[in-house]
Design a protein around this ligand. Structure first.
Ligand code: SF4
Length: 81
């Protein structure tokens, strides 16, 4: 999700989530719980070999209420789930 927060940063241009923000979002309208779990599983797997994982997690810690996938972990918006 770091790319979504920093779309112009060259540091994160090669992150696997670049251009994949729907895949990394915590919620998609009309999605079933099973479909969400499968989608987020794909997203977290993409994070595993990401060269931006550390800065991604550092940026996540600066967010007030991070949502979606950050550094291989899922953060759900508690108002929705
Ligand atoms: S660790 Fe995951 S969410 Fe963070 S930049 Fe990499 S691919 Fe994106």
């Amino acid at each position: 999700m770091i790319y979504k927060e920093n779309p112009t940063s060259p540091d994160f241009a090669n992150a696997p989530c670049s251009g994949q923000s729907p895949l990394f979002d915590d919620h998609l309208r009309g999605e079933t719980a099973a479909d969400r779990a499968a989608r987020l599983s794909v997203a977290t797997r993409l994070c595993h070999d990401c060269p931006c994982r550390q800065p991604c997690d550092a940026l996540r810690r600066t967010q007030h209420h991070p949502t979606g996938v950050w550094a291989g972990r899922i953060y759900l918006d508690r108002r929705r789930h």
